[in-house]
Design a protein around this ligand. Structure first.
Ligand code: NAD
Length: 453
């Protein structure tokens, strides 16, 4: 690993990656490599957790193509030196900011959207002019092996390489000196990464998780709200970092909400084992999830099959904050429903838990929208929808507090892998003596007049 990092550093020091055309060419190579391997990518992810071609294309591969396209179009603009004003104090200087790549970057991916979560940060890192070591999650072993193969076939390892492995390999990687670490995963491992990065004062972006709430008010469009909520929750069998984790629903519509949710699960074909509904990633997560289901509180679902790691979409009612399902991020197809009386109560429940990665509110009321946005701190979110905000690359994507630090997507991704070097350029034909010794009362007066603060 040391050798790989050294080779990348040597290559970075040639300044080849600072050339914008070089970056665009590498992005094009990545796009072509993905295009050539699309069929193999579908096959691998289906083997890992039964993800369908439709889901793989719509939630992983198409997002990568979009990122590459946007980065290739915008990288000239993003990487351009920007002039800024200087002010009278430094007249006649000029000031500017040069976006410069950080260097050798480590990207550590999570398993739940294995292609997208591994390669989207890589695209941003390449666009910003860095070299990259990617460590995808080991849990979806077929997708991890395929990404390693594709990258090996198309890229020089001194520019971009994949290292496969689990905890031991990641710990070993974390001992190396990187110029940036971009981590996606749990808050628990995020702390390990942050500590390791501190040893070398390496900047980090931490894309973590948490319990993302959905608040459903009494005056929402119930049919559309439930449809969008059910889709966002059970997509990827609930294994989505920004899935609504639990629902707070106004007491007056709780019954209708539950009934509508059940109907929607059935009509969106989530309710039974089929080729569009994913498996749970592994036995450990299957057991963790089945232990969360309190059979006395099941409103709908609850069926499980350990052989196929299938968990039926399960809606739980009469849930309280003390239930097992409310103690940690669910990250699976279980939807706890908690009734509330007033919007203040709903907000205080959300605020009693760590700051979430996402927050959703379903309402027609402008005052409720305003109140939620003002009083709840969260990474990002949507009004009257779930999950879809991630598809708008003009919205920086990331958490706050326990759900992460830093963000990416679009220009935010470029910024995550860039240092903004600030420079003042001063000619020598004028050199006012005011700042030099000796300081006199007159000069102080003049200084006050010039600054006028
Ligand atoms: P994880 O933290 O278990 O693993 C993430 C990565 O860290 C993997 O590559 C893994 O190999 C490595 N790792 C695991 N244990 C380690 C250790 N002890 N030392 C060093 N490295 C270690 O997370 P996960 O199970 O892959 O993903 C689930 C979590 O990720 C959820 O909390 C979810 O919300 C979060 N997530 C966040 C986002 C986001 O964009 N914010 C996206 C997807 C998932």
């Amino acid at each position: 690993m040391k050798e790989i990092v050294n080779k990348q550093r040597t290559f970075f020091n040639t300044h080849a990656t600072k050339n914008i055309q070089f970056r665009r060419k590498q992005l094009k190579t990545l796009q072509q490599a993905l295009k050539q391997n699309e069929a193999a990518m579908h096959e691998a992810i289906y083997k890992d957790f039964k993800k369908s071609e439709f889901d793989n294309y719509s939630t992983e591969i198409s997002l990568l193509y979009k990122d590459i396209k946007e980065a290739r179009i915008n990288v000239f603009k993003w990487a351009r030196r920007k002039n800024v004003s200087t002010g009278i104090l430094n007249f006649p200087a000029s000031s500017f900011i040069i976006p410069e790549p950080l260097g050798v970057c480590l990207v550590i991916g999570a398993w739940n959207y294995p292609y997208q979560l591994s390669l989207a940060p890589v695209i941003a890192a390449i666009a910003a002019g860095n070299t990259v070591v990617l460590k995808p999650s080991e849990l979806p072993s077929h997708t991890a092996a395929l990404m390693a193969k594709i990258v090996k076939e198309h890229f020089d390892p001194s520019f971009f390489t994949v290292i496969e492995g689990g905890v031991d390999e990641t710990q070993e990687l974390l001992k190396q000196k990187f110029n940036k670490i971009f981590f996606t995963g749990s808050s628990k491992v995020g702390k390990i990464v942050y500590k390791a990065a501190a040893e070398n004062l390496t900047p980090v972006t931490l894309e973590l998780g948490g319990k993302s709430p959905a608040i459903v008010t009494e005056n929402c469009n119930l049919k559309i709200s439930v449809k969008r909520l059910v889709w966002g929750k059970f997509l990827n069998a609930g294994q989505t970092c920004i899935a609504p984790d639990y629902v707070l629903v106004h007491k007056s519509i709780e019954k209708k909400f539950l009934e509508q949710t059940k109907q929607e699960i059935i009509s969106q074909h989530f309710a039974y084992e089929n080729d569009n509904y994913l498996q749970i990633i592994n036995n450990r997560n299957f057991e963790r999830l089945t232990e969360m289901i309190d059979s006395k509180k099941i409103y709908f679902g609850g069926e499980t099959n350990p052989d196929t790691r299938y968990i039926q979409p399960t809606v739980m009612q009469h849930v309280t904050l003390d239930d097992a399902v409310m103690q940690e991020e669910i990250f699976g197809p279980i939807l706890p429903v908690i009734p509330y009386d007033t919007i203040e109560e709903a907000i205080s429940i959300v605020n009693s838990l760590p700051k979430p990665l996402s927050c959703y509110v379903f309402t027609k009321s402008d005052s409720v929208k305003k109140k939620v946005l003002k009083e709840i701190s969260f990474g990002g979110g949507a009004i009257n929808d779930t999950v879809m905000h991630i598809t708008n690359s003009n919205l920086p994507f990331g958490g706050v507090g326990h759900s992460g630090m830093g963000n990416y997507h679009g220009e935010a991704g470029f910024k995550a892998f860039t240092h903004y070097k600030s420079v003042m350029d001063k000619p020598t034909w004028l050199d006012p003596s005011i700042r030099y010794y000796p300081h006199t009362p007159f000069r102080l007066k003049l200084m006050r007049w010039l600054l006028r603060l």
